[in-house]
Design a protein around this ligand. Structure first.
Ligand code: MV4
Length: 446
């Protein structure tokens, strides 16, 4: 196993990785920007190295600075966390070239699955259901219109280099499709320097369901069931839960098996999330693969009892997974609420500043993943997430009760947070009755 690793991230995930390493006897080196010099987890890491000013381009995205820190500290490996360099194939390649293990997939897998057209074709090859749509990319609007009339409107034009909701356009007829095709292509060209687009039937009011998977270097693959992430706003998830409350056992098994087919076909290694859309008839369709550990991984950890960060470290260190699929069980219901420094009353605009008051919830079934403490300063330079509140209870009803209790115990001030918005959702009839989809917040919380 590794003796020492570098954590190329900040915030709660840096702390999460330090905790896993401490239990495994791995030393940690954390890098930080000038804005994070007073971060709580710096005290808990074995070593901390400043890599630059607050601006992410000059610090957490600064590959030469991070590699230099890794060389100086003489680490065996780098954990990228999520965001920043986590899905950067170029960075993973540089790590390999420098003899440092990147704790994640091989650069080729990241590159291939980062191309949504290639990922879609791979899923088809693995006999996994994909949304009806184009074979490969769509070259011109004539081809788009011809296909749209074959599969039926509405359709969605997506950028091959997109993902996470960037570079998408919906069209309801030939005229709007001509427009959608042109704008999607132009936007993709500008945002990703790659104007490749493809077309899918637009699934109306879907649920977002994703499967957690892991693969070791020997090709052993495991799934850890699914998370329902339908409660999101502008592609930023707010509440996630596991299991998906509307799946029957048979569909769950099919879904999870499909996720494994995708990562087996990709000859994947380490943690991934395979994303699906679930339509009104509870039919699922593959959409994309995230090649990183995700923010919402704790809900999976709670229902399965498995530490996914430790598993990532073991796999990257060359250990084979010594678990069988049938030994992985899910029990109870876990829900995660993201506590962001945002004002829900002002269109969720960021609310950075000093945290004067910070009282944590606790008690039975409650987990809080946070790097924040009383006196901490929330920087405007980074993502606004300041804590994740996770509950794990035997049933969904009990999980909701505990979550509401824990949210109301949480005291954060004077900055505004998403706590009131989470409380509203958890009390909403449609949420309680499992009648939500990805448009829930826009439709019922504004
Ligand atoms: C879709 C879709 C409807 N039909 N694809 C948005 C993020 C990206 N991962 C895929 N996304 C979508 N793809 C088809 N064919 C609707 C969305 C979508 C969405 C998906 C998941 C979670 C939230 C969403 C919000 C709006 C649109």
């Amino acid at each position: 196993m590794f003796s020492r690793i570098l954590i190329a991230n900040r915030g709660e995930i840096a702390l999460r990785i330090i905790r896993a390493c401490r239990e495994m006897g791995i030393e940690t080196v954390v890098v930080y920007s000038e804005a994070d010099r007073n971060a709580s987890y710096i005290e808990l890491a074995d070593q901390a190295i400043c890599i630059g000013p607050a601006s992410p381009t000059h610090s957490y995205l600064n590959i030469p600075a991070i590699i230099s820190a890794a060389e100086v500290a003489d680490v065996d490996a780098i954990h990228p966390g999520y965001g920043f360099l986590a899905e950067n194939a170029h960075f993973a390649q540089i790590c390999a070239d420098c003899g440092i293990i990147f704790i994640g997939p091989r650069p080729e897998s990241m590159r291939m699955l980062g191309d949504k057209v290639a990922a879609r074709e791979l899923a088809k090859k693995a006999h996994v259901p994909v949304v009806p749509g184009s074979d490969g990319q769509i070259k011109d609007d004539k081809e788009a219109i011809k296909l749209a009339n074959k599969i039926g409107y509405p359709v969605i034009v997506k950028a091959a280099a997109g993902g996470g909701g960037r570079g998408m356009r919906v069209a309801h007829n030939d005229i709007s499709l001509r427009n959608a095709f042109a704008t999607a292509k132009t936007e993709a060209e500008a945002a990703f320097k790659d104007g490749t687009v493809y077309l899918e039937k637009y699934i109306v009011e879907p649920r977002h369901v994703e499967v957690q998977v892991m693969a070791d270097k020997s090709g052993n693959t495991l799934h850890f069931f699914e998370r329902d992430c339908s409660i999101q706003r502008r592609h930023q998830k707010l509440i996630e839960e596991s299991p998906c409350p509307i799946l029957d056992e048979r569909t769950r098994e099919e879904l999870c098996k499909s996720a494994l087919k995708v990562i087996k076909e990709a000859n994947y290694e380490n943690a991934a999330t395979v994303e699906f859309l679930l339509d009104r008839n509870k039919k699922f369709y593959f959409i994309e693969v995230n090649t990183r550990i995700q923010v919402e991984h704790p809900v999976t950890e709670m229902v399965t009892g498995i530490d996914l960060i430790k598993m990532q470290l073991k796999i990257a260190g060359g250990q084979n997974i010594n678990l069988k699929q049938k030994d992985i069980k899910h029990s109870g219901v876990a829900i995660e609420c993201r506590i962001n420094a945002e004002d829900p009353e002002r269109n969720f605009s960021p609310c950075p500043g000093k945290v004067d008051k910070f009282i944590l919830p606790g008690g039975m079934g409650v987990r809080v993943d946070t790097h924040i403490f009383q006196g901490a300063v929330v920087s405007p330079y980074y993502d606004s997430m300041i804590a994740k509140l996770i509950v794990h209870r035997p049933t969904r009803d009990e999980a909701i009760i505990t979550m509401k209790r824990a949210l109301s115990e949480f005291r954060i001030g004077p900055i505004k947070t998403t706590i009131p918005a989470c409380l509203k959702i958890l009390s909403h009839n449609l949420y309680l009755q499992n009648k939500v989809d990805t448009s829930f917040i826009e439709q019922h919380l504004t």
